[in-house]
Ligand binder design. Structure first.
Ligand code: KG4
Ligand code: ZN
Length: 344
C-alpha cells in the first residue's frame, strides 16, 4: 500500500500528452509521455485543433496506465495537478477539465500549474541534482515557445531578467531545420546533422555583448535564408546542409553563452544555473553553458533529457512544491493561454 497523498500530474499544453504519479516526497512512481509528432508532421508544426482532439483521445487511457503502474487509485491521491497555461487553449481545456472532474469525484485538491513554473522547478526534484538548488537561482528557459532568463526567487516568485525580442530559440532551430530540409521538430534533427558538419559559415550573432540578457534570433534566421538561397533552388547537398547546421548551432551557442554571462552579472546571488526546455537537451549548447557557469563559480544543473522536454513529472512536482507552500487552486481556476511567469 502506498502512503496517501500521491500527486497525479497532467500535461497537455502543446503536442505532448503526459501523465505522471509522484509520491508526496517527489519520488517518481510512474511517468508516461505520448507525443503527437506523427499527427502534426505533415503540417510542419503543431495544428491546435488536431492537438486538442488527440489529447482528448489519449488522456484517459494514459492516466489509467500511469496510476496502474504506480499502484495507486484515485482514492490514494492527495491532489491532481494540471498545466493550465500558457499553451494552446484546446489542449489546456482537455487537461484541466479532466483534472478538475477527477479531483471533484475523488474529493482531492486541484492544482492549476503554470507550465513555465513547472520547467523552472524541475531542478529541485529530489535526487536530480547532488542537492536541490536553493533560491535564488538563475533559470534559462529555452524551448519552442519560450526563451528567457528568469530569477527564481521562490515558489511562485519569479523575475524575468531578459527574453527574446522575436523568435524563441527552439523556433529558430525549427525554422532553420526546415530550410535545411529536415523534418519537424527541427532541433534534434539539426543537432544530429551538425555533428557531421563544420561550422565554416560566418553567421551573425545578434545581441552579442549587448547590455542585459535579451535574445534575438530573427537576424540569424534571415542570414540562413539568404545563405541557402545563394545555392539556388532544389535540395542542398548533404555535406553543405550539415556545414550550415553546424554554423547555425555554433552561432546559437555563442549567443546563449554571452547572454548567460550577462544574466549572471544581473543575479550575482544565484546559487546555480538551471537550464530547462527542449533546447536544453542540445549537447553542444549544454557544454557551452556549463563552461560559462563554471567560469562564474556556479554549478549548471541540467535535468535529464526526458525531464527537459514537456512531461508531466514536472507538473506533478510543481504541484507538490505549491502544496507545500500552501498555494492550492480552486476548481474555478481558469486556463490561461498567455500566462507569464511574473503573473503567477
Ligand atoms: O520544451 P519543449 O519540448 O516544448 C515547448 O516548446 O514548450 O521544446 C521543444 C523545442 C522545439 O523547438 C525543438 O526543436 C527544440 O525544443 N529542441 C531542440 C533539441 N531538442 C528539442 N533544439 C535544439 N537541439 C535539440 N537537441
Ligand atoms: Zn515546455
Amino acid at each position: 500500500m502506498r502512503a496517501p497523498g500521491c500527486v497525479l500530474g497532467i500535461e497537455s499544453s502543446c503536442d505532448e500528452t503526459a501523465a505522471a504519479v509522484l509520491a508526496p516526497d517527489g519520488e517518481i512512481l510512474a511517468e508516461r509521455v505520448l507525443t503527437q509528432l506523427a499527427d502534426h508532421a505533415a503540417f510542419g508544426g503543431v495544428v491546435p485543433e488536431i492537438a486538442a482532439r488527440a489529447h482528448l483521445a489519449a488522456l484517459g487511457p494514459l492516466v489509467a496506465d500511469a496510476l496502474a503502474e504506480a499502484g495507486v487509485g484515485f482514492a490514494d491521491l492527495g491532489a491532481i495537478a494540471a498545466t493550465a497555461g500558457p499553451g494552446l487553449i484546446g489542449g489546456l481545456l482537455v487537461g484541466t477539465g479532466f483534472a478538475k472532474g477527477a479531483a471533484l469525484a475523488a474529493g482531492v485538491s486541484y492544482l492549476a500549474i503554470n507550465h513555465l513554473e513547472a520547467h523552472a522547478l524541475t531542478a529541485r526534484l529530489p535526487g536530480l541534482a547532488k542537492s536541490a538548488p536553493e533560491f535564488p537561482y538563475l533559470l534559462l528557459l529555452v524551448s519552442g515557445g519560450h526563451c528567457q532568463c528568469v530569477a527564481v526567487e521562490g515558489v511562485g516568485r519569479y523575475r524575468r531578467l531578459g527574453s527574446t525580442l522575436d523568435d524563441a530559440v527552439g523556433e529558430a532551430f525549427d525554422k532553420t531545420a526546415k530550410l535545411l530540409g529536415l523534418p519537424y521538430p527541427g532541433g534534434p534533427a539539426l543537432e544530429a546533422m551538425a555533428r557531421e558538419g563544420v561550422a565554416r559559415f560566418d553567421l551573425p550573432r545578434p545581441m552579442l555583448r549587448r547590455e542585459g540578457c535579451d535574445f534575438s534570433f530573427s537576424g540569424l534566421k534571415t542570414a540562413v535564408v539568404q545563405l541557402v538561397a545563394g545555392y539556388g533552388a532544389g535540395a542542398l547537398p548533404r555535406q553543405l546542409a550539415a556545414d550550415m547546421a553546424a554554423s547555425f548551432q555554433a552561432a546559437v551557442a555563442d549567443i546563449m553563452a554571452d547572454r548567460l554571462g550577462h544574466a549572471l552579472a544581473m543575479l550575482p546571488a544565484a546559487t546555480a544555473v538551471v537550464i530547462a526546455g527542449g533546447v536544453a537537451s542540445n549537447q553542444a549548447i549544454r557544454l557551452r553553458l556549463a563552461e560559462v557557469a563554471i567560469a562564474n563559480g556556479k554549478a549548471l544543473i541540467a535535468p535529464p533529457l526526458r525531464l527537459c522536454t514537456d512531461n508531466a513529472v514536472m507538473v506533478a512536482w510543481a504541484g507538490i512544491e505549491r502544496q507545500r507552500a500552501g498555494l492550492v487552486s480552486t476548481l474555478a481556476a481558469p486556463c490561461k493561454p498567455r500566462w507569464p511567469l511574473e503573473a503567477i
